[in-house]
Design a protein around this ligand. Structure first.
Ligand code: RNT
Ligand code: ZN
Length: 421
């Protein structure tokens, strides 16, 4: 429910934006239609349902033990429903292979079947929620020495090749059921703590494995394949086989998508700047919206300058159609549903701010070579009342405004999450 104050603030904002040539209602509509693919793994610290008892591995790490972690598919789905109801806009859900429902039976990664995801697919269909998918090449005995698709041992390599082949078939089954492509992302942990002598060998084997995987042609109407590089991980500080350059070259030469994870580059590198450099050469990019802090690439997304730069670049470039927006972070130290809500909302808010830019005025200033006018407009933008537009958008979408988010999250914590421990 809007009170008079909120309505008044929005009307004022509408006029302020109109004065610089921006239509706030058009911005709300545009941002609302953009799908954000929410990652399932924030809800249970990247645990999954394999029941293997194995800890998370692969050089990624979740810290924190806030009570209320989802322990079953039903709990994870209830938490997702709650998180989705706390953020406006179109959503998708990104699943990992370890989130299958294996019915107490042992199905190793090389025995993955679409049937293991029937529960998710039925649930998603009821909600008209498109699914995306990820093969899981970590938290497994055959990944324990730090190598999977680039492993020296052909038996280990073929195990993982088979896993990704099957993961792609699961993805295509999802795409078929939802009538639009599901995005399959491949990220592997392969790398070394200390300097390898033969970097080429590892990369040659990775190319061979990837080519073997993609030899199976699946319909473009059902699946889009993306590859995610990285700079370093815990235990792969000196060498990552699947680096950004490696996958960029692979994707360009094979017509695949590239995943740009905001936590996977040198801290002063701008992921925003990569969009227009990469997009001319690949069919589309998948974004992993994340936040790097020191060694961790996966803190809860908040609306910082990196995120704003990225959102603005997406809107400015007019390339949003060829961008798949996904989230990727995991924090077990705070309310996990709240962490989802904050990250989804931050991504959406940054995009709203981007749609509220005075595009025509900025393009004119740049065309006229007026750098001062451009900078002055940018500074003006920062102080414009986008918060009032955001509140109005949340109210239209029937989700909490910022001021009531915390009480909604805490009500769920008291009623549901606190009962789990
Ligand atoms: C790891 C990658 C990868 C994972 C998820 C769980 O550094 O970012 O995307 O976070 O697949
Ligand atoms: Zn990622």
């Amino acid at each position: 429910m809007r009170d008079a104050e909120q309505t008044g603030a929005f009307e004022l904002a509408r006029r302020r934006y109109a004065a610089i040539g921006v239509d706030v209602d058009a911005a709300i509509q545009a941002v609302d239609a953009l799908p954000i693919s929410v990652h399932c793994w924030q809800g249970d610290d990247v645990g999954g349902f394999e029941d293997s008892g194995l800890a998370l591995s692969g050089g990624i790490q979740v810290t924190g033990n806030h009570p209320g972690k989802a322990r079953t598919p039903a709990e994870l789905r209830a938490d997702l429903d709650t998180a989705f109801a706390l953020a406006p806009g179109e959503k998708r859900l990104s699943l990992h292979a370890i989130y299958g429902e294996f019915g107490g039976k042992k199905a190793d990664r090389d025995a993955l079947e679409p049937a293991h995801f029937k529960g998710w697919m039925d649930w998603a269909q009821e909600r008209k929620l498109p699914l995306d998918f990820n093969a899981t090449l970590f938290s497994h005995p055959l990944a324990a020495d730090g190598y999977t698709l680039s492993h020296r041992d052909p038996k280990v390599r073929s195990f993982w090749v088979e896993h990704v082949r099957r993961a792609r078939r699961v993805t295509a089954a999802m795409g078929k059921a939802q009538g639009k492509p599901s995005v399959h992302n491949t990220w592997i942990p392969d790398g070394a703590k200390d300097c390898p002598f033969d970097r080429c060998g590892y990369r040659a084997r990775l190319i061979e494995s990837l080519d073997a995987i993609f030899a199976e042609k699946l319909p473009a109407t059902e699946i889009e394949d993306s590859l995610e590089g990285k700079l370093f991980g815990i235990g792969s500080e000196s060498f990552v086989v699947g680096s950004h350059e490696f996958y960029l070259g692979y994707a360009v030469s094979r017509g695949k998508l590239v995943t740009l994870d905001m936590g996977h580059y040198h801290p002063t590198e701008s992921v925003a700047d990569k969009i227009s450099s990469v997009l001319p050469f690949v069919p589309a990019v998948l974004l992993h919206v994340s936040r790097g802090v020191r060694w961790d690439s996966d803190h809860v997304v908040v609306m910082n300058d990196d995120l704003l730069d990225l959102a603005r670049e997406l809107v400015r470039s007019g390339a949003i159609e060829r961008t798949r927006i996904g989230l990727d972070y995991f924090d077990g130290s705070i309310n996990r549903v709240g962490a989802w809500a904050i990250g989804i909302r931050a991504a959406r808010r940054a995009l709203l701010v981007a749609f509220l830019e005075p595009r025509a005025a900025q393009l004119a200033a740049e065309a006229a070579g007026d750098g001062f006018a451009k900078l002055a407009l940018l500074e003006t933008e920062r102080a414009l009342p986008w918060g009032a537009v955001w509140d109005e958008y949340c109210s239209r979408a029937e989700v909490p405004v910022d001021a009531s988010l915390a009480s909604s999250v805490m009500a769920y914590e008291r009623a549901i999450l606190a009962q789990r421990s």
